[in-house]
Design a protein around this ligand. Structure first.
Ligand code: F0G
Length: 405
């Protein structure tokens, strides 16, 4: 890790901000990447040869319909689904695969619920590195698998869930056969933390009161914590946002642990269940770091039901934004936090959307056709369903359906 002189940065915060802003209009790949743009805080020498797909620089949207839904005057959505492979994983992967190449790794690998797999497959292809991904058979969305296949990764579907995959891959990496790039790899977290820098910049360095994100393996919340902590230590911001993690009720070991004040042993969820397959994780590897992020910022860890997430997702769609199911836990969670009085209407709130709408279209179609079923076989009501309408090609019937004359 480079020894960054934090004091020097503190005294120089304005010029650092200016440097980062100026890089946006540069044509250099390192300046154009929303991750490498902040390279003063990355553990690499300046002339490292990076593996980049132009990640980061994702939009921060105003979402008025989501705000209404949450009973807030304003709500902003940071859409990390607008990364090159459609999820936040790319911001970590550019750094992890750059490091893999630096180390001369011969094989890169990960366990995944789909997005890490898609991301690693793409970055490994760019780096010309052989890549293997281990996924729980039959539990990954087709869109994510399709990406990994197209990018040329060896896709191994195994019996069991994500946690089984994680155990296998850890064993495989221990004897050095493969270079592991799951979020226990610190280089992943280094890359992912830059989203805090980007977000602070988009808010003109005014820190929001609340930052709400989904939690699965808990790398993302750890990374946000680290990013904001470094910004604070460097005098680039004057406080940290309250970081709240949202889990699905059927896959909520971290929420359960937090509800017990982080006391006693961390108990894994042996059979995690949720339609939000990205966060169907029972044994999150990064929970200690995520716990630090939540506790030091005075945040929270909460759960939402499948119905709440599904409705939240549809409302995010109505803002013209959209996301994958796991990301929608955020808006559902914010609605709950407002109704519980944890968030009040004078506060600034950002929801982090982690994956793109097109990552799981089966879910979307079932919701809008009012046929979505929860893992416990209960029906999820299509409260905001927008069913396709079958009609003849006659002008009159189409006009009548559209109520135009
Ligand atoms: N949202 C999406 C869309 C994800 O893909 C993931 C994790 C999360 C949220 C949770 O983030 O694990 O850092 O707490 N997906 C991993 C994967 C596990 O394999 O793609 P986390």
């Amino acid at each position: 890790m480079l020894d960054i002189d934090r004091e020097e940065i503190t005294s120089d915060a304005p010029s650092l901000r200016e440097l980062w802003r100026a890089r946006k209009s540069s044509l250099d790949a390192r300046d154009r990447s929303g991750v490498w743009r902040f390279r003063e805080f990355l553990p690499f020498v300046d002339d490292v040869e990076i593996v980049s797909l132009g990640e980061g620089n994702t939009p921060l949207y105003d979402a008025p319909r989501c705000a209404d839904y949450c009973h807030l005057p304003q709500l902003k959505l940071k859409h990390q689904g607008c990364n090159p492979t459609g999820s936040f994983k790319d911001t970590g992967m550019t750094v992890a695969v750059t490091q893999a190449r630096q180390l001369g790794a011969r094989f890169v690998a990960c366990a995944s619920t789909g997005n890490t797999a898609a991301s690693l497959a793409a970055y490994a292809a760019r780096a010309d590195l052989p890549c293997a991904i281990i996924v729980p058979g039959g539990q990954v969305s087709h869109a994510k698998l399709a990406q990994a296949l197209d990018y040329g990764a060896k896709v191994l579907e195994i019996e069991g869930n994500f946690d089984t995959c994680m155990n296998v891959i850890r064993e495989l990496s221990e004897d050095g056969s493969v270079y592991l790039v799951n979020s226990i790899n610190p280089f992943r977290i280094e890359g992912q933390k830059t989203v805090a820098f980007e977000l602070a910049e988009q808010l003109e360095w005014r820190v929001p009161d609340h930052l709400v994100m989904p939690g699965g393996n808990l790398g993302n919340s750890s990374a946000f914590g680290k990013g904001f902590r470094e910004l604070l230590q460097s005098g680039l911001i004057d406080r940290m946002p309250r970081i709240t993690v949202v889990q699905a009720t059927g896959a909520a070991p971290f929420a359960r642990y937090y509800a017990h004040n982080g006391q006693g042993p961390f108990v894994n969820e042996e059979h995690p269940k949720t339609l939000a397959s990205a966060i169907k994780i029972g044994a999150p590897v990064s929970w200690p770091k995520a716990l630090r992020a939540v506790t030091e910022t005075g945040g929270d860890v909460i759960t939402v039901t499948e119905q709440e997430s599904a409705d939240g997702k549809a409302v995010i769609g109505r803002d013209g934004i959209g996301c994958e199911p796991a990301s929608a836990t955020t808006v559902a969670g914010i609605r709950k936090l407002v109704s519980d009085g944890v968030i009040n209407e004078n506060e600034t709130v950002i929801a982090v959307l982690t994956g793109h709408l097109l990552k799981d279209t089966d879910y979307v179609m079932q919701y809008h056709n009012n046929s979505l079923m929860a893992p416990d076989n209960t029906h999820i009501a299509g409260n905001f369903a927008n069913r396709p309408i079958k009609t003849s090609a006659s002008l009159a019937s189409i006009k009548s359906l559209l109520s135009v004359s």
